[in-house]
Design a protein around this ligand. Structure first.
Ligand code: SAM
Length: 162
């Protein structure tokens, strides 16, 4: 049982331990701190990382080297709202943490869910625009077929499982 007040990156590590995903998609990578939390447990062998800022690649390459990550890494550099719909395969674990504007967040949730096989997590749901987008997204899916859990640490994280 993961304590409800667990912070975002610890939620990621715990979910990786629990579900043992092989593939991971992250939208909004920044300096790769969440990527580090995701690869630490060594279950992943395929990453697709999306950010509009190409500088993320330098930070993440360093982290992956330190973590001795030997899997496949692909990048989508640009706006996730345009790029995610071009992705043709699915991921065990999807992490949404990019543009927190309501409409962009909603598009990332819808597009990310289409690419998600097992677990999707959403960061910063304490922000009002993210919260509104999440509510709209949850209203549009069959809630009887998914698990939804909210963790209150570090601006709050939502975990949706199918
Ligand atoms: C909150 S930070 C991500 C933090 C990261 N997930 C972590 O836990 O360390 C948001 C990131 O989203 C990126 N971003 C913002 N809007 C975006 C968009 N429309 N498409 C792709 N990336 C975007 C920013 O460049 C930034 O790196």
């Amino acid at each position: 049982m993961i304590p409800l007040e667990t912070g975002h990156r610890d939620v990621i590590t715990e979910m990786v331990k629990m579900y043992g995903p092989k593939s991971y998609l992250e939208v909004g990578v920044m300096q790769g701190k969440s990527v580090e939390a995701a690869v630490r447990y060594k279950s992943l062998n395929r990453l697709l990382l999306c950010d509009q800022d190409p500088h993320c690649q330098t930070y993440v390459n360093k982290i992956l080297l330190e973590q001795q990550f030997l899997g496949e890494v692909e990048w989508l550099i640009g706006k996730s709202q345009t790029l995610l719909p071009t992705v043709g395969y699915k991921f065990d674990f999807v992490h949404i943490d990019g543009d927190h504007n309501e409409e962009s967040e909603y598009q990332d949730l819808v597009n990310g869910w289409k690419l998600c096989k097992s677990v999707m997590i959403v960061h910063d749901i304490s922000f009002s625009e993210v919260q509104t987008a999440v509510e709209k997204f949850l209203d549009g899916i069959d809630r009887t077929k998914v698990g939804v859990q909210r963790f209150t640490g570090d601006q709050e994280t939502l975990v949706i499982t199918r």
